[in-house]
Structures are given as C-alpha cells and as structure tokens.
Design a protein around this ligand. Structure first.
Ligand SMILES: [Zn+2]
Length: 415
C-alpha cells in the first residue's frame, strides 16, 4: 500500500471543518461535508478513477469504463459529529481508495468500487446512516421527513436543498460490501492488536422511564414520609447496571445516560425523574432478557417505594449479523498478513449494518488511541489503515477466485 499517498490524502482532508480548539465539524449535508466529498473526488480523479453521485449524494468511485459492472464495494462515510475526530469514517474511505490505487498500479483485474456515504452521524438530524439507509431501503421518505435538526429543517428538505432526490435510486452493481472503521472502543488498543474482524453489529433498545414521586420540602418532610423520585431512580440505575453485568458474557451492555431531575433544587425532595436507558447487544435473546430484567426491577422498585414509574420503549432495533463468507475471507486475509487480530462485535452502529441486509457485508476494525472517538482527541495510525486496506484487498482476491464468471454476471442486489 502506498503509505506516502495515504499521508498526503489524509493531510488534504484534515483541515476541512477543522475547529480552532481541535477536532472537526462536518455535519450531514453541510458545506463542510460537501468539501469533504469534493476533495475526495479530486483525490480519486488524480489517481485515474471516475466519480459519480447517486440520488442521496453518496459518492461512488470506479475504474473508468467499469462503472456499471458488478463490483466488490468498499467504503464508509465522510461526515462527522460536532467536534469529532479526523479518522471516524474517513479511515474507511481512504482505505478503499488505497485498495483501488494498488489494483490500478499493479494492473490487476479486480472488480472493486469505493463508496463514500452521506450523513452517517445522527448528531444533526437525529437519524443515523441516512445515506446508506436510503439506498438500501431501510430509510424511507417518511423517516427523512420526520428527522429534524434543531433549526427545524428535515433531512428530506436538506437532501432536496442540495439537489438530491431521495427515494429515486437504489444501491446497484454491488457483489458485496466491506467497511473499514476505527473501533471507537478500547478492545484492540488494550490488546495491542492492529485489526478486528467484525462478526456482528449491536443494536440499541431505548427506554424512557418517568419516575413519579412527591415533591416536598426537604427540611419539613421526615424520611419515612417521603416519595423521593431520585432515590427510586438511583435504584433503577443500579438495577440497570446489574442487568447489563448479568449478560456480560453475551456482550450485552446497559446504560442510563440521561437523568432529568425535577425540580433539581437543593431544598426540594425530587418530585419526578426522567431516565433514558440504552441497552445494546448482538444477541436478540440476551437483549430481550436484559430489557425484561430492567422492566421487572422498575416495577419492584416502584412497588417497594410506593411511587409510580411509567416505562416507554423509544426504539428497538435488531442486531445485525455480518455474512459468514465475509468474516471468513477477512479472517483468512488477516491471517495471511501474520499480524495479530481478533473476531469481535461492534458496539456502535455503522453504514455496514444498513448494507448487510442487501448484499453480503463484512467489517474490519482498526484501533484508535485509548478507544477515544467522537472527540477531538480521536487518533489512529495511518499504518493500521494501510494494513486494513491490504487485508481488504487480499480478501477481495480470495473471494474473486471463488466467483465464477457466471456468478459475476448475476445481479446480486435483492432490491
Ligand atoms: Zn463512523
């Protein structure tokens, strides 16, 4: 892999949306995201590749003349969270370009196409993986119209404003899909392993719990006469942690990330608390058990403290299992490089989970320093990106050998 070229590309993109305090802000369908797409298109053209855009603004990078051929698709996204890092998403797009650059330089005949998806992050419109979702059919026009920024603009209107026509196209000519991404957790960093082959992508179930106690004077209300909503909420938070710990061996996690205390005043016994609970896992049964344990604990805590709790499921998504054929070929390719790697689940969501129901999909993780991501301190190694690109190229070669000419002419997309 051409490490010097990768460094140059990374440095070209780094200043886009850069903040004086560090980090980058490249929101979905913003001027900064446009600049990222334009700069990436320029890089692709400079190495002799052709560039096209679909109805949602996702960018496809092809070998000239092979734009309509069934190809192995590789890529990720180019937007960022506010004050995010320079590797989240970008690493996967640059790795895809590295793969194509090497194939072109070596004059190999491998059908590969790179993709840069739009609007992967949910920070602005509250909807994640919009670009990949809309062309794989899991995000529809109603979802786009309901997803609104704080200024009130819908994601649908943002796409129209940019001249796109969401709903007018579908992902085409993809044999399979691979995404390289920074892990955004600490597993690989702690283990000092440069690669992870992702087996499944966790999905969140989210609950909103409203604890209704009684708001009272903190001085005049004896302890035995209280219905303290915050104390009940504290019990629920610990019960949620315990439920998550019970399911640790299945890689399920449970978190209370939001607690809104009313009235949140020093001299008042809290009258009500709203909690938001995020439960994620890769095994449906384990997620279901964890949600059940949390709900039973909430009922018991409410009953024992003599107050009421209302629980509402805000969202519930199914975990995504990645294609065994892709996991196997990535693992075989990684073994071939001789570097240590592991098979692991992804706790965070990615474009790959939107593509997985449509074509066989695989994912490769590289470590990020201390596991820090969605943060200006996010850092990863360009060498690991190059290594990941090498593994993806090897895995494509492995799969290409298995694909007969007849298979290649079949339209793979189920849409
Ligand atoms: Zn990302």
């Amino acid at each position: 892999m051409n490490a010097a070229l990768l460094k140059k590309w990374f440095q070209t993109l780094a200043p886009i949306g850069a903040l004086s305090e560090g980090g980058v802000t490249r929101p979905a369908y913003s001027a900064e995201e446009d600049l990222m797409f334009r700069a990436t298109a320029d890089i692709a053209r400079r190495i002799g590749l052709s560039v096209s855009e679909d109805c949602a603004g996702n960018m496809f990078i092809s070998f000239p003349g092979r734009e309509k051929e069934p190809c192995h698709l590789i890529g990720s996204h180019l937007d960022s969270v506010p004050g995010g890092g320079r590797f989240d998403g970008v690493a996967g797009v640059l790795a895809a370009l590295l793969v194509m650059e090497k194939i072109r330089r070596n004059g190999e005949d491998l059908p590969v196409r790179a993709v840069a998806f739009r609007a992967e992050e949910s920070s602005l419109y509250g909807l994640a993986t919009a670009g990949s979702g809309v062309i794989t059919g899991s995000v529809n026009i109603a979802h786009l119209k309901n997803a609104r920024s704080l200024s009130g603009e819908s994601l649908y209107d943002a796409m129209i404003r940019k001249g796109y026509t969401p709903g007018a196209c579908r992902l085409e000519h993809a044999l399979d899909f691979m995404e390289l991404h920074i892990e955004q957790g600490r597993v690989l960093f702690e283990a000092k392993e440069p690669l992870g082959v992702v087996t499944a992508i966790a999905a969140p179930t989210r609950l909103k719990v409203t604890v209704l106690g009684r708001q009272d004077h903190s001085g005049a209300t004896p302890m035995d006469l209280r219905k303290d909503a915050l104390c009940a909420a504290a019990d629920i938070i610990l019960a949620t942690e315990a439920a998550g710990r019970d399911e640790m061996r299945f890689a399920t996690v449970a978190t209370v990330g939001v607690a809104n205390v009313v009235p949140n005043a020093l001299n008042v016994v809290p009258g009500s608390v709203e909690l938001r609970i995020d439960i994620r896992g890769i095994q449906r049964e384990s997620i279901r058990r964890t949600v059940g344990k949390v709900q039973r604990a909430i009922e018991e805590i409410a009953a024992s403290r003599g107050l009421s709790c209302a629980t509402e499921t805000i969202s519930s998504m199914d975990p995504v299992t990645l294609a065994p054929s892709m996991i196997d070929s990535l693992a075989e390719a990684a073994s071939g490089t001789g570097v240590p790697f592991r098979k692991m689940a992804s706790g965070a969501g990615h474009d790959a989970m939107k593509v997985a129901p449509v074509v066989p999909t695989g994912m490769l993780f590289i470590p990020c320093d201390e596991g820090i991501s969605h943060n200006s301190a996010e850092n990863a190694s360009l060498n690991d990106i190059a290594l990941g690109a090498e593994v993806m190229l090897r895995s494509i070669s492995l799969r290409s050998k298995h694909l007969s000419t007849a298979d290649r002419s079949q339209p793979f997309s189920k849409l």
